[in-house]
Design a protein around this ligand. Structure first.
Ligand code: PLP
Length: 402
């Protein structure tokens, strides 16, 4: 008998499965709106100019690849602190933020989850319903029991869909002290709906009152309203005097998906406490993968640390953000022109890379099989993959299945 006789086949990752199906599709008009990746107007994955410039400089003076410190490149960690909390903020200046370089946003979440398991072993984790599909699996794998708080309600806004904020708040209010609440800092994945600043204030009040632990997943900083604007929610939590966790991803904002560049930041109450937290984060890293890889972190540190390259990055990120917004408007206009009578203007009130379109599973399957337009069964479409060449076709296809 083999050691692996009883090993079950794990379910396929739904999005990667969709990708495989897309790649095998022979329809010349096929469009992949499944995976959460930004493509430019030519349908190409961009290699940002700021990244190319940083790499060119790095190539001119190649360096050996020794081990990095466990918490990564110091200049990188400092740059992340600046982006997420503001370099001149009291919390950074007083040494109350521990930031570690991580293997993508996913790595930041995992290091945070492992550390939390040590300090709050019996806590439940609450994630939004729905959420990024890896949140549940990642926290479950870290040993937590995972539950949800209401977030999206298809029946809201007369059936067009929207946030069930009352339901969300009620669930948080009923949560036991110490419950870990995973919140999307901006550009909610998969729905595209963010709560308002005033609603954030209410969430923060409940987190404080109920003594909950907020873990903010910031995978899309800069894709909503701007880098500082999207980061403002973090400052609100800090101002409330909360000990929070923030995971950062540069996969999308630097178009560095494969380099796996991210971070975890934890806010402590004093510098001394934060130093102890940092020492524990290093243990979590050390026992998972020892220390992070060099290249992606070096690129991001070089760009963020150089005023010219940073300005170029902000310009390029701004162009991505503006292009996505333009595609949202084109989608709404195109659907109307294609004969869709339902009011689809909610697509322009959504933010970030995704749209919950309100299409049913059957409609999404028809889009795929009849038209080669790939989104997830939940109706999620990546608007960042629409472009001036495929938008009309996508609108026509959607109009035919609605
Ligand atoms: N969190 C959310 C909400 C995401 O959408 C993603 C990626 O799609 C991640 C985290 C993971 O980011 P990374 O690819 O940097 O690990």
């Amino acid at each position: 008998m083999s050691l692996f006789t009883a090993v079950e086949m794990a379910p396929r990752d739904p999005i990667l499965g969709l990708n495989e199906q897309f790649n095998a599709d022979t329809n010349p008009n096929k469009v992949n709106l499944g995976v959460g990746v930004y493509f430019d107007d030519n349908g190409k994955l961009p290699l940002l100019q700021c990244v190319q410039a940083a790499e060119k400089t790095m190539m001119e003076k190649p360096t050996a690849r020794g081990y990095l410190p466990i918490d990564g490149i110091a200049a990188y960690d400092a740059a992340v602190k600046g982006l997420v909390f503001g370099a001149d903020s009291e919390v950074v200046k007083s040494g109350r933020v521990a930031t570690v370089q991580a293997i993508g946003g996913t790595g930041g979440l995992k290091i945070g989850a492992d550390f939390l398991k040590k300090i709050s072993p019996n806590a439940t984790v609450l994630i939004s319903d729905p959420s990024w599909e890896n949140h549940r699996a990642l926290f479950t794998n870290a040993g937590f029991s995972v539950d949800t708080y209401p977030y999206f309600d298809q029946s809201a806004n007369g059936g067009l869909g929207g946030i069930n904020f009352d339901g969300m708040l009620a669930k948080l209010k009923a949560a036991a002290a110490g419950t870990i609440v995973l919140l999307h800092a901006c550009c909610h994945n998969p729905t595209g709906y963010d709560i308002t600043p005033a609603q954030w204030d209410q969430v923060i009040a409940v987190v404080k009152e109920r003594n909950l632990t907020a873990f903010l997943d910031m995978a899309y900083q800069g894709f909503g309203y701007g880098i500082a604007e999207d980061g403002a929610v973090i400052a609100k939590f800090v101002a409330a005097g909360l000990n929070i966790f923030v995971s950062t991803s540069f996969s999308k904002s630097f178009s560095l998906y494969g380099e796996r560049v991210g971070a975890l930041s934890v806010v402590g109450s004093t510098k001394e406490e934060t130093d102890r937290v940092l020492s524990q984060l290093k243990i979590a890293i050390r026992t998972n993968y020892s220390n992070p890889p060099t290249h992606g972190g070096a690129i991001v540190a070089a760009v963020l640390g150089n005023p010219e390259l940073r300005a170029l990055w902000e310009k390029e990120l701004g162009e991505m953000r503006v292009r996505i917004k333009a595609m949202r408007q084109k989608l709404v206009d195109g659907l109307k022109a294609a004969g869709v009578t339902k009011d689809m203007s909610f697509i322009t009130t959504q933010i970030g890379m995704f749209s919950y379109s309100g299409l049913s599973k059957d409609q999404m399957v028809r889009l795929r099989t009849e038209f080669g337009v790939y989104g997830t069964d939940t109706g999620r479409m990546c608007v960042a993959a629409l472009n001036s060449k495929n938008i009309d076709y996508v609108c026509q296809a959607i109009a035919k299945v609605i």
